[in-house]
Design a binder for this molecule. Structure first.
Ligand code: GLN
Length: 444
């Protein structure tokens, strides 16, 4: 049924880069055999799931929406993919994204933009726009995305679905093509908080192939769905509200706050320092890390090779042809920030400001259990509205500080503006993922 639905609507929406029908039906057949043999079935038995195309899948091409990897087939699975398969989920396909996860609209994809199923003149957000659109258009019930500066939460918000970026280190990054390694996290997207909780309980866990993976046991995310929020404290950072010009979005936050109060939580306005510094800080750190991570795409080891007269010209031609404009812009920015003479002035300074932002959040979590904010500064923009880079970068104002601090963030739909969904964000303390699930479930 889902394959048929994809055939029916994805010609226009363009949420998927790859759907290998034969592989999908084979997985389903194997599951049927397992069932017929009376074997125990996994927690996701038969559940179709879509994966952002930066998650490595053995024998299924993984393009990062780039010409560079157009025909690249990994020889290994990402850690999360193995975990999904171990629970008998069915990988239905790979979703469209901004090239190498760099963008906020899914318009930088080599495979063309994805349309927002709620209003096809709008973008689905990005960079996990394909995953969000596939869910919103019922082409798949659940999906995984990745979030470096907002790429799960912001498209979830624009498409009216749920998404969570876990605490940095809760989910192994092994097999997720690296963008900004100190910021990247893989996370679930779905129609409900329960979908997020189930998926997170499957993909979260220690893996020694990601050196930043947290060693301790993960909490019971499903039990968190039932947990009481009575007596808990919510902070609303005034600066994050002030960043949003449309009053309807600010009102949605206040409305949600009223519901939380009626459920016995305490709500207060609070202050988050250094919010305005988070965009330049994020774009220095993310581009610096990206410039180093993307050095591996040189025509030798992965994907595209364009022959030149010697090996250096081969490197040059390959990178010239293989990368799109936004990726090139970021490699240049990052290389500049890391180069001798500029390192202290840009990269090192950004690291220091990052620590200030972390500390600002730390202070707030001495008082509050969660922070409540809009997910994005606006609802889904029109296609082509944010083609200017600096303008596009501003879209991450409310999400990227969360990555800089390594915190969990959850986006949930709450009301609408001109027929477009509004998303609210819950931000938790380090390892507070289950608290976010409790708060989101209480509002659902
Ligand atoms: N929009 C942000 C960027 O372009 C975030 C991307 C992401 O989270 N992968 O860097």
């Amino acid at each position: 049924a889902y394959l048929n639905r994809i055939k029916e609507v994805d010609k226009t929406i363009n949420a998927f880069i790859t759907v290998d029908e034969t592989q999908v039906l084979e997985q389903a057949k194997k599951l049927d055999e397992k069932r017929a043999q009376g074997k125990d079935l996994g927690r996701l038995a038969g559940v179709p799931i879509a994966l952002k195309d930066n998650l490595s899948t053995r024998g299924l091409r993984t393009t990062c929406a780039s010409k560079m990897l157009e025909n690249y087939e990994p020889i290994f699975n990402a850690h999360v993919v193995d975990r999904l398969l171990a629970e008998d989920a069915i990988i239905i396909g790979k979703t469209n994204m901004d090239e190498f996860a760099m963008g906020a609209t899914t318009e930088t994809s080599y495979f063309g933009p994805t349309l927002n199923p709620i209003n096809q003149g709008r973008v689905p957000g990005g960079s996990s726009g394909g995953s969000a659109a596939a869910i919103a258009a019922d082409m798949v019930p659940v999906a995984l995305g990745s979030d470096t500066g907002g790429s799960i939460r912001q498209p979830a918000s624009y498409c009216g679905i749920y998404g969570i970026k876990p605490t940095y280190g809760v989910v192994s990054r092994y097999g997720c093509v690296a963008f900004g390694s100190s910021l990247d996290q893989i996370g679930p997207m779905g129609h409900s908080v329960a979908d997020l909780a189930i998926l997170l309980s499957v993909i979260a866990g220690y893996d020694d192939r990601d050196s930043n993976c947290l060693p301790e046991d993960r909490p019971d995310y499903l039990a968190a769905l039932q947990a009481d929020i009575k007596g808990k404290k919510i902070g609303i950072p005034q600066e994050m509200l002030d960043a949003v010009t449309n009053p309807a979005i600010r009102e949605a936050v206040q409305e949600a706050a009223k519901i939380y109060e009626s459920l016995g939580a305490e709500v207060e306005t609070c202050h988050l320092d250094y919010l305005e510094a988070s965009i330049p800080t994020y774009y220095l750190i993310a581009t610096a890390e990206a410039s180093s991570n993307l050095a591996r795409f040189d025509g030798v080891r992965y994907g595209l090779r364009v022959e030149g007269k010697d090996v250096v010209s081969m490197f040059k031609e390959t990178r010239h042809d293989g990368f799109g404009d936004e990726v090139k812009r970021r490699i240049m920015l990052g290389t500049y920030a890391l180069s001798a003479g500029y390192y202290d002035a840009f990269y090192l300074k950004a690291l220091r400001v990052r620590r200030l932002i972390q500390n600002a959040f730390k202070d707030l979590f001495k008082t509050y259990d969660v922070l409540l904010t809009p997910t994005a500064i606006q609802v889904a923009p029109a296609l082509g509205e944010h083609l200017d880079a600096v303008d596009a970068y501003r879209q991450d104002l409310l999400t990227c500080p969360v990555n800089l601090a390594g915190l969990p963030g959850l986006s949930m739909p709450f009301g609408e503006l001109d027929g477009l969904p509004i998303g609210l964000q819950l931000i938790g303390d380090v390892r507070g993922d289950s608290t976010l699930i409790s708060f989101a479930a209480a509002l659902e």
